[in-house]
Design a binder for this molecule. Structure first.
Ligand code: NOJ
Length: 533
């Protein structure tokens, strides 16, 4: 396939959070054999690739983002054989598989850290970040842990502090040590040799820190009633210029294999985000995750401006991508409401660039409230009551109307969506008007229409309440109209001079309707219109 048509550009990525997708052994936690039994569903839905959040051996302090062995599977999730089977079954169905690669830190139970903390003279001491106390036992600097409190923990045995961007159970690796880099790049090779199609790279901007560990400056915009981590600007603990060299070397490893993709988790302002594409001579991420839709206020003006700014800032060689939800953010249906969740699905699946869909968003799942005694997320436990906890968006996938929603044969690790009987896959599959059917129709349309998976994007002037854009390849043009306001709007559009036909609509169905210069968009409605003809 030519570079312009490769799978990760044309396809749709689907994020599976393994703990919450399908339990196969009745312990209330999802696992790899469970995912394998649901591959037919993903094929039916029409996605092209799955990204699996971590399933490696782990004490689960941060639910798998604390890895104790990068080259194995935690018994909670199955075995390496189960992984191989999942991979080959996925490939047999034409589905690619991406893994979560966590280079910034390991678990404190990783053998490397056990050695590192054993003594100051241990050959692995320098694999992690150790510092002496300041005067009077003070912390080495003012850096904060994302999950609350200082980022330094005192180790009484060796009488130094170690650094952790996240939990103290997640010590940061020292990427300035070439042996660490070698060992971590070998892990990429281990999984690539096994046949995986690429990686989503966790916390990529934090991998390397300021060489002299300067204090972070205060954040003038910090709201003291909000997230305490935001008190400082992480200018010396993240996004350091040296990170680009490391990313290039990761990319070199992937480029030694055919057709693999590297996606970076990078919560960065747009101007900075686009630098993570690297250059044509020195490429970095294929897709630096674009999180604009997670934070842009949900109104037509703001969305239009965000799309335009992203399109403008992308480098020529940079392929766009869009994310609507993930395991760290409140679900889209909870953020924008049920009616707009359909509009959001149409937006995600018709914009220019690779869409990433978070499991359960295709069902319109809401965040599921978790009572205090059932809280799992360490962030919520450390910094309670500020709404930082991520349990609500990690609720088990509701498959059918049976007692545990077809997810498990027992009470799952997090509560199930209370309306599971009506929103489950089984129910929605049968209903052509469901949000699941809408997702499936849009994914199929995107696949069959080059204008949608490949075409250019041009934003069209529309009333304040609507977002309108054209997607075009020389042979065909599609117009997307989205009402963001919740009230009907009549639009008169030049694009529609030669008429067109509705090929997808959020609700109710208008598919097949012929339209001309003036069109009325119902409240919360989205339409895809094939122009001309
Ligand atoms: C980002 C991941 O998405 C999140 O879930 C995790 O807690 C942190 N990185 C630390 O690995």
């Amino acid at each position: 396939m030519s570079d312009d048509r490769c799978w990760w550009k044309c396809g749709v990525i689907y994020q599976v959070y393994p703990r919450s997708f399908q339990d196969s052994n009745g312990d209330g936690v999802g696992d790899l054999p469970g995912i394998t039994t649901r591959l037919d569903y993903l094929q039916w839905l029409g996605v092209d690739a799955l990204w699996l959040s971590p399933f490696y051996p782990s004490p689960q302090a941060d639910f798998g983002y604390d890895i104790a062995d990068h080259c194995n599977v935690d018994p909670l999730f199955g075995s390496l054989e189960d992984f191989d089977r999942l991979l080959s079954e996925a490939h047999r169905r034409g589905l690619r598989v991406l893994l979560d690669y966590v280079p910034n830190h390991t678990s404190d139970q990783h053998p490397w850290f056990a050695q590192s903390r054993a003594s100051r003279g241990n050959p692995r001491r320098d694999w992690y970040i150790w510092r002496n106390p300041g005067p009077d036992g003070a912390l080495p600097n003012n850096w904060l842990s994302t999950f609350g409190g200082p980022a330094w923990t005192w180790d009484e045995t060796t009488r130094q502090f170690f650094y952790h961007s996240y939990l103290r159970e997640q010590p940061d690796l020292n990427w300035r040590n070439p042996q660490v880099e070698q060992a971590m790049l070998d892990i990429l090779r281990f999984w690539l040799d096994r046949g995986v199609d690429g990686f989503r790279i966790d916390a990529l901007r934090k991998v390397i820190k300021d060489a002299s560990f300067r204090d972070n400056p205060p954040n003038p915009d910090w709201d003291p009633s909000g997230n305490p981590y935001k008190r400082l600007l992480p200018v010396f603990s993240a996004s350091r210029p040296e990170v680009h060299d490391i990313i290039r070397r990761m990319r070199d490893v992937l480029d030694g294999y055919t057709d693999r993709v590297m996606i970076g988790e990078l919560y960065e302002p747009l101007e900075k985000l686009v630098t993570y594409y690297g250059s044509t001579d020195a490429p970095e991420c294929h897709l630096p995750f674009n999180f604009l839709l997670l934070k842009t206020p949900w109104n037509a003006g703001a969305l239009r401006a965000a799309i335009a700014r992203y399109e403008k800032l992308l480098p020529q060689h940079g392929w766009p991508n869009w994310v609507l939800g993930n395991h760290d953010k409140s679900r889209i249906a909870s953020r924008v409401g049920e009616a707009q969740a359909r509009v959001a699905a149409m937006l995600l699946l018709t914009l220019r660039g690779t869409p990433t869909l978070y499991y359960g968003d295709e069902l319109g799942l809401h965040d599921v409230p978790v009572p205090p005694h059932l809280v799992q997320d360490p962030w919520e436990k450390n910094v309670p009551g500020l709404g930082l906890g991520r349990d609500p968006e990690r609720a088990p996938m509701p498959w059918d109307a049976s007692p545990h929603a077809g997810f498990s044969s027992t009470d799952p690790w997090l509560p199930i969506e209370p309306r599971f009987e009506s929103v489950c896959v089984q129910r929605q599959r049968e209903d052509p008007r469901s949000i699941l059917s809408l997702h499936r129709a849009l994914i199929a349309l995107r696949r069959s229409e080059p204008a949608l998976h490949q075409g250019d994007l041009r934003i069209i002037d529309a009333p304040e309440s609507a977002v309108a854009y054209e997607r075009a390849v020389p042979a065909s043009r599609m117009l997307v109209l989205l009402d963001l306001s919740g009230s009907p709007a009549t639009l008169r559009l030049d694009s529609l001079r030669q008429g067109g036909e509705v090929v997808a609509s959020t609700h109710p169905s208008r598919t097949g309707e012929r339209v001309s210069e003036t069109i009325t968009l119902d409240a919360n409605q989205g339409l895809v219109i094939r122009l001309g003809g």
